[in-house]
Design a protein around this ligand. Structure first.
Ligand code: KG4
Ligand code: ZN
Length: 338
């Protein structure tokens, strides 16, 4: 069987992603148009702005990707169209899904609606040919913190998730408390590099619980109290130290639950993805987990991108999954469980 060509489209939040993937992992062309400058003045994603920008840039990006991938006749050269169907922002999802449905109908191509979280799992599948199920997958992003057991591709069990804030959300909120630039996660990561993680003893969330679950709102509040105390005392804010101590606690919480899940399931292969997988301390400390086989995709595949959506769609297509033109975006779409 020749390897199929997939057009991938991702518009779940504020990044417009388009790619052409050959087979499971050969990226012929991929583009991401971010919107940080659009949302920075508001300190967070403004949903209506995000959808407007998606619809402005989606078709021009598609043309660029086809030109780079050498796709001249998409109806003939492509085998399927994979698009993020949820979870995400409704308006943002609608732009991608409507675009994909229109193209699938015009070009008479199969359409696959992809779960964004399954996409994050496939960031590692596409990056590492040797990563085969069963494996544990931690999805750590701005909207999700979920630890998933991948029993087979397409067969998932959610072992645990956050009870409140997602870990990326906690990074972004801490950045806001410290008046750092938007988006906050990478800024906290950068500042933490020059701080002392031992300068504040922030609590490691859920450390003493034997549950596979996460919680980051208490940690964020602990940072808030320190910031308030400094401001009330008129003292300079030790931003780098606060970032380093916060990051140490947040990463420790993620690693503790990875270890617990590995012990409980007996599965020692662990993949981490989502925007927070780009974090330098998480990457450094994951590499030290000697008893586990750990996988972290290149940074460009950690944050939202179309390659992971195309990869998940292609795998589903090979398993016979198909969507039809009634495909509707679902802002709270759960992971497909068998
Ligand atoms: O996966 P993603 O691009 O979008 C979602 O699906 O949410 O993740 C974005 C999140 C944001 O919260 C961002 O601050 C965080 O990932 N992030 C980071 C880093 N890079 C992105 N957090 C910590 N350290 C980083 N280097
Ligand atoms: Zn994401």
């Amino acid at each position: 069987m020749t390897e199929g060509m997939t057009l991938g489209i991702e518009t779940s939040c504020d990044d417009t992603g388009v790619c052409v993937l050959r087979g499971q992992r050969e990226e012929l062309a991929s583009r991401i148009a971010g919107q940080n400058a659009d949302h920075a003045p508001f300190g967070g994603v403004v949903p209506e702005r995000a959808s407007r920008r998606h619809q402005e840039v989606l078709l021009p990006l598609l043309q660029e990707v086809f030109a780079e991938a050498g796709v001249n006749n998409p109806a003939r050269e492509l085998d399927l169209i994979a698009v993020t169907a949820g979870p995400g922002l409704m308006g943002s999802l609608l732009t991608g899904v409507m675009c994909a449905k229109g193209l699938a109908q015009a070009w008479e191509l199969p359409l696959i609606g992809v779960n964004h979280l399954e996409g994050h799992i496939f960031a590692n599948v596409t990056a590492f040919p040797e990563l085969t199920p069963p494996f544990l997958s931690l999805i750590a992003s701005g909207g999700h913190t979920e630890l998933v057991l991948v029993r087979a591709l397409g067969d998932y069990r959610v072992l645990g998730r956050t009870r409140d804030d997602a870990v990326g959300e906690a990074y972004d909120k801490v950045a806001k408390l410290l008046d750092l630039d938007y988006p906050g996660g990478p800024e906290v990561d950068r500042l933490a590099g020059s701080g002392d993680p031992g300068s504040f003893a922030f609590p490691v969330p859920m450390k003493n619980s034997d549950e596979i679950a996460f919680s980051f709102s208490g940690l964020k509040t602990a940072v808030l109290w320190v910031v308030r105390a400094c401001r009330q005392a008129g003292a300079d804010l030790p931003g780098a130290d606060i970032c380093a101590a916060f990051q140490h606690a947040a990463v420790s919480a993620l690693l503790a639950k990875i270890r617990l899940a590995a012990r409980r399931t007996g599965v020692s292969r662990v993949a981490v993805s989502g925007g927070v997988a780009a974090n330098s301390e998480l990457r450094r400390r994951m590499a030290l987990l000697d008893d586990l086989e750990t996988y972290l995709p290149p940074r460009g595949l950690c944050t939202d991108n179309a390659t992971m959506i195309a990869a998940a769609g292609y795998s589903a297509w090979r398993r016979g999954v198909r969507s039809d033109l009634s495909l509707a975006p679902d802002p709270s779409l759960p992971l497909p469980l068998l």
